[in-house]
Design a protein around this ligand. Sequence first.
Ligand SMILES: NC(=O)c1ccc[n+]([C@@H]2O[C@H](COP(=O)([O-])OP(=O)(O)OC[C@H]3O[C@@H](n4cnc5c(N)ncnc54)[C@H](O)[C@@H]3O)[C@@H](O)[C@H]2O)c1
Length: 442
Amino acid sequence: MTPDPVLPGREAAMMPSAPVSRRTFVSAALGSTSAAVMVHSSLAADEEVRELRLAIVGCGGRGSGAINDSLTINEGVKLVAAADLYASKCASMRKAMQEAHPGKVALDDGSMYDGLDGYKRVLDDPNVDVVLITTSPGFRPIYLRAAVEAGKHVFAEKPACVDPAGYRTCLEVHDAAVARGTAIVAGTQYRRQVNYLGAIEHIRQGAIGDVIGAKARYCSGGIWYRPRTEGMSDAEYQLTNWMHFIWLSGDQITEQAVHNLDTMNWVMGGNPVSAFGVGGRFTRPDDSEMWDSMSIDYEYPGERIVSFMCRQLPGAASDVGNVIYGTNGQCHIGAINAGSRIFDRSGTMVWEMAGSIADAYRQEHKDLIDSIRADTPIVELRQMADSSMVAVLGRMAAYTGQKVTWNFATAESTLDLFPKELTWQSQLPRPQFAIPGKTKLI
Ligand SMILES: NC(=O)c1ccc[n+]([C@@H]2O[C@H](COP(=O)([O-])OP(=O)(O)OC[C@H]3O[C@@H](n4cnc5c(N)ncnc54)[C@H](O)[C@@H]3O)[C@@H](O)[C@H]2O)c1
């Protein structure tokens, strides 16, 4: 599983959060390190809960982690269906869950589906209440739409989309989910991590004065590459080695660094106005479309600049975190388990808070299930779609070498990366990477 660091965005466009989220938030704001205990408080033994039946589409590293998180944190839930491109992935996920959660798995062979249409079988199953969508990102908008149309509540991993066409689909799906009372909880876990919540609350309360800019970094080592094996069609190869094809992953900025950009939107209170950036590739395999480094200046309203960088270069220095600059100090929000700290103008630390990414991962699933049971479904797709689109905006700017505005990218761009026809045997265009100045802004 890709270890995913960094954070998220804005409370707007959400239906009311579940009570546990609010308790967590208050604890965080008070600087309490006991917040994690409250996060994990379970239902009283005699409390009656409505059983909710879970399904998963995409049984890889994060999918297996996500279903494990849900089965760990929630009572009264059961895994009843699964889909993956490969039957073997469903089977190994089931085995792991049966070992970890005997009693919470009722997944027979007939409810495990493989191939590109497996998600449809899961969504057709009247037994399923909630679906976890944890495939590669390129499928997310299509599967989200299908899930909401089928009336299933959703947990959706990040990113929400990899291009403007997918972004627009997500906005429609968000509105449809609100109208239908269908929950969509997003896999931007930092929105639920106590040191992020605490830091944002302190910033909102003026702890660093007015926010004048920020720095966000996802600079890490290399990423996996799954070589083509004999007999693979273009489609099977790209679906398996999905990270390296932009229609599936969106490049590192979208697939991974969306966490930082989500946090930047959260801090800044909305989307940027424009992006301008550079980048390139030095070490990627020949047939990878990914760049291995990118540096983007995002301009937010009020001429506030977010200096963003992402990189996957083995041997180069790592830096994964965020710094928010204010008129009276700085707030450092560290990814994974690095915690948050506020410094005043003299450099003295005036506040700090620890946080656990594992708790945040589980909290997503508690909030989702609690909100369904309370009939106050959380719908936060728009928030994750916005952050994903910020990543797409930056990529468009870097790939083309142009300054790209949010308005152009969201309203006018015709970029739509998903293949017009996709089957297991599809021949797909030869992979090619972007060259600034030559790659057209469309
Ligand atoms: N929030 C986080 O911290 C975090 C961490 C890691 C990954 N992720 C996200 O989770 C998603 C999955 O990543 P991963 O690391 O688990 O990748 P992975 O390759 O380990 O797993 C993806 C699985 O989805 C299956 N799949 C792909 N397309 C499918 C389709 N159309 N229908 C059914 N199954 C399909 C694959 O066969 C594979 O088993 C990505 O969007 C990634 O960005 C999030």
